[in-house]
Design a binder for this molecule. Structure first.
Ligand SMILES: NC(=O)c1ccc[n+]([C@@H]2O[C@H](COP(=O)([O-])OP(=O)(O)OC[C@H]3O[C@@H](n4cnc5c(N)ncnc54)[C@H](OP(=O)(O)O)[C@@H]3O)[C@@H](O)[C@H]2O)c1
Length: 364
């Protein structure tokens, strides 16, 4: 039996291909190791960002690939098909971080009722969340359409949740309007949903491209939706906070120059407009743009809220958000290598309509 892996050239993400290798031998697994069949995974612009930052943030180290190539990490589901760990049975269903591949060998450690982690040495350079696997057999909230929503949105919504919490904690740095770029992205509309439903008195303004403006308006969680080339029409006399999913240097400069000292917060979250960011950012008026670093906020809240404090609050936020997805998102399933490659290239080049959420499987 063979394994199939989708690999991309680290220096040119359009250069991509499949490789076939003999599947890991179940009989030769090390003690406590698992052989997992990767079943179904989500693919969004966030995965493209993992690839772009693969060297910088060490994502390429998670799933080793042939020299100069990388395996892009994805959130999804796997099934244990062979286990050398006494506490984990073949047939168990897992949710976590997988390569775009048909198989993964995991060195199971810290095995608990609800999950465990991969202790493989080459995976230890990233935040613990990327090595954690949830044991989701029989859990209805990780099955069917609910499961698709978890894979497509839960990791993104954690960022939305943390930014909402961070901004509220800092009283929005005095701003009463929050601008979100790439407002059509799942991460942005998750944040817009939280601001809209929880932060009374905060005006949520979505910035987007002409192609996606109707979708953003239809979401119902933005008070106002503005095209990128019309941002200079926004009133500039009141303080604003900017949460940047697009990573577009020209847009950022325009906004900072337009709002000047009224730009009270400028947090960088994503870079959906890849290819539009300058290697050296210029000095800009207003708050200094800075990357929002999720693990910092997680650490802070974990110590303040205590054990389970983040999970409980995040769970409550997710319960309010997930039911809205039914009308906001159409899940599109793709099977087999050609479908996977097409969705990858379409996502890379910004051709996926924002109302679609793609769930992929390498099995035909
Ligand atoms: N820092 C973190 O921890 C963290 C966590 C979660 C997400 N993020 C980041 O947030 C961003 C959004 O991710 P997502 O998965 O939510 O995105 P998504 O739902 O797939 O968003 C797609 C949107 O991004 C824009 N876009 C995508 N590809 C483009 C291209 N090639 N050219 C121009 N625009 C393009 C378009 O929006 P517009 O037309 O509206 O611009 C498009 O509708 C990513 O950069 C992701 O890495 C960061």
């Amino acid at each position: 039996m063979n394994s199939t892996d989708f690999i991309v050239a680290r220096s040119d993400l359009h250069d991509c291909k499949f490789i076939e290798t003999p599947s890991p031998d179940a009989a030769a697994l090390a003690d406590e190791a698992l052989l997992v069949k990767v079943d179904r995974f989500a693919f969004t612009a966030n995965n493209i960002t993992y690839a772009q930052l693969g060297d910088l943030l060490k994502y390429w180290q998670l799933f080793p690939a042939p020299e100069n190539f990388g395996k892009i990490p994805v959130w999804g589901f796997g099934e244990v098909i062979a286990s050398r760990h006494p506490g984990i049975d073949a047939g168990e269903r897992l949710f976590g971080y997988f390569p775009m591949a048909t198989h993964l060998v995991i060195e199971a450690a810290d095995v608990k009722k609800r999950g465990f982690r991969d202790a493989a040495l080459h995976r230890q350079s990233v935040a613990p969340v990327y090595n954690a696997y949830a044991r989701v057999s029989g859990d209805p909230s990780f099955a069917g359409r609910e499961g698709d929503y978890q894979a497509l949105l839960r990791p993104l919504f954690m960022l939305s949740f943390l930014v909402d919490d961070y901004l509220a904690e800092h009283d929005f740095y005095g701003a009463r309007s929050v601008l979100l770029s790439s407002a059509s992205s799942k991460t942005a509309f998750g944040l817009a949903h939280l601001l809209h439903t929880q932060r009374k008195g905060i005006r949520v303004i979505g910035l987007t491209s002409a192609a996606n403006v109707d979708f953003v308006r239809s979401l119902g969680c933005y008070d106002e939706v503005i095209l990128y080339d019309q941002v200079a029409s926004l009133p500039s006399a009141s303080p604003v906070a900017y949460v940047d999913m697009a990573g577009n240097s020209a847009l950022r400069a325009t906004l900072h120059r337009h709002f000047g000292d009224q730009m009270k917060y400028s947090g960088r979250v994503g870079q959906t407009h890849h290819g539009n960011s300058l290697p050296q950012e210029p000095e800009l008026p207003g708050a200094k743009p800075a990357w929002f670093f999720a693990p910092d906020q997680i650490r802070k809240r974990a110590s303040e809220w205590g054990p389970g404090g983040i999970d409980t609050r995040f769970g409550a936020a997710w319960s309010g958000f997930a039911p809205t997805l039914e009308t906001r998102l159409t899940v599109v399933s793709g099977h087999g290598p050609e479908a996977v490659k097409q969705v990858y290239l379409d996502t890379l080049d910004g051709r996926i309509p924002p109302a679609q959420g793609h769930m992929l499987s390498l099995a035909t």
